[in-house]
Design a protein around this ligand. Sequence first.
Ligand code: IMP
Length: 214
Amino acid sequence: MRNYPESASESGQPILIASNNPHKTQELRRILDPLGLRVTTPEQIGLILQVEETGASFQENARLKASAFSSASGLVSVADDSGLVIDALGGEPGIYSARYSGPGLDDAGRYRLVLDRLRGVRGSARSARFVSAIVLVTPQGKELSVEGSVEGIIAEAPRGRLGFGYDPIFYFPSAGKTFGEMSDAEKDAVSHRGTALRRLAAALSDASAASILR
Ligand code: IMP
């Protein structure tokens, strides 16, 4: 999709990915590149910035990150805030997905904790969704925000070594696999982040929305 007007992403400045998470940065780049949006990373421009995620929603946290990175760099910045929402756990880990149970656990420790907490919960009662809120902010403070989600079931045991985070326990019924068993292309086509980013690109293909990049 390259039908939006000449913009920051195509002419001069690239869009900064407001994240220090290499897995997430890689996914964002992988999806945004073919959509025709030229991106850069904090590492590439030598920017070191940690943003406290004090928001009460995915969208608020994404906005905090995009605004902070945009102010610090002077670039249009795009942030994803995402997580796993599990119905049987009252929506946990949700916005706390990256730090579920506090620091000290790695990805595998966190998904094992989820599996422990779901012991005795069976079948469709293990319903869950990944949610991604994406917010793009300009140095002038203009903003565009989109969201994507994908429904699945928490597996009884981890499967697959691909992806990151909770991917090995997120079973995607129509593929008959966990996200940890899906290739990058398979995951991007259905994932919360893939959907949100395609919505962002579609919004930017609209001339009035694209004008925020100029
Ligand atoms: P954030 O940096 O606060 O948005 O953290 C998001 C966290 O949610 C990640 O660290 C993962 O634990 C989890 N998460 C988000 N998206 C995915 C995904 O696509 N696969 C697996 N885990 C994810």
